[in-house]
Design a protein around this ligand. Sequence first.
Ligand code: HEC
Ligand code: HEC
Length: 262
Amino acid sequence: MGEVIRLGEAIFIGTFSHPESARYVGNTQTCEGCHLDAGRLAGAAPMWAAWVAYPAFRTKNQRVNTIAERIQGCFTYSMNAPASTVGHAPEAESDTLVALQSYIHWVATGAPTGDSGMPGRGYPTLDPTPQGFDPDRGAGVYQTVCAVCHGNDGQGTWVRGELLFPPLWGAKSYNWGAGMHRIDTAAAYIRHNMPLGPATRLNDQDAWDVAAFINAQERPQDPRFNGDLAETTRLYHASRYDYYGKRSGPDGRPLGDDPAKR
Ligand code: HEC
Ligand code: HEC
């Protein structure tokens, strides 16, 4: 059991490069990139709070999901599994999903089964500000605070073959179906967790603006794209916190419409 738990932890931290899980990952993300401190940090969607809350109904796919399906969801969207070697998320019985679940179960030792509201679960919601959010203002915040780690071009930073800071947009980032592409979700994550390190936190306004900036860039296609941008937008991207299909990207084409990224 200990061996499998340790394997799960290693996969969680090194998902895109770990020999067991790399074939299911179509970008250069790790689970830890969004679920900080190996999935243990309160306010960064920690795994101990998730474990006890599943099975649960999800509006995203309109049915009851087990924890395995919820993890598969993060593979399909956040890890862009459709662009991976295998082309899809790991099967429920695969070594990768068994190890991840074993690790998550262990992290949740002692947590109350069925408690779907443990304090620290998810990313704490960020209240809207009177000024709303604006990618142009966010571009300034990005250059001042974030580019030092994530790069001027948002493509992350590699040092001697090791990815130190993940890309935030483009082909190696989360795709248009991932939770993080929503401006409200990204703003909440960023407000509480970025810039990494204890030094400083952004104010609410800057968090909203920089989240809008990141999610106004191109990224891999939504796996649910059905060939029709307007319809895919209507079906899955109706939220006002979502620029997919509604705003032009840096290349002047509507976001989600870049044929090279389908
Ligand atoms: C690009 C960011 C990102 C990456 C990478 C990512 N996730 Fe997630 N994950 C999210 C977001 C956003 C949510 C939704 C959080 C919320 O509900 O507030 C989420 C939710 C979850 C949940 C449910 C949490 C809950 O409380 O209901 C689990 C379990 C999970 N992720 C596991 C994983 C695993 C395992 C991996 C790696 C294979 C992974 N995630 C990679 C962004 C990511
Ligand atoms: C000191 C370096 C540093 C700075 C500055 C920084 N980040 Fe990060 N960021 C990271 C690291 C490292 C991770 C991955 C976390 C991990 O693996 O523990 C990350 C992860 C993220 C993620 C999760 C999504 C993904 O693709 O993994 C987002 C979104 C993000 N950062 C946005 C920002 C924004 C916006 C700013 C500026 C306000 C910022 N970051 C500043 C280091 C930094």
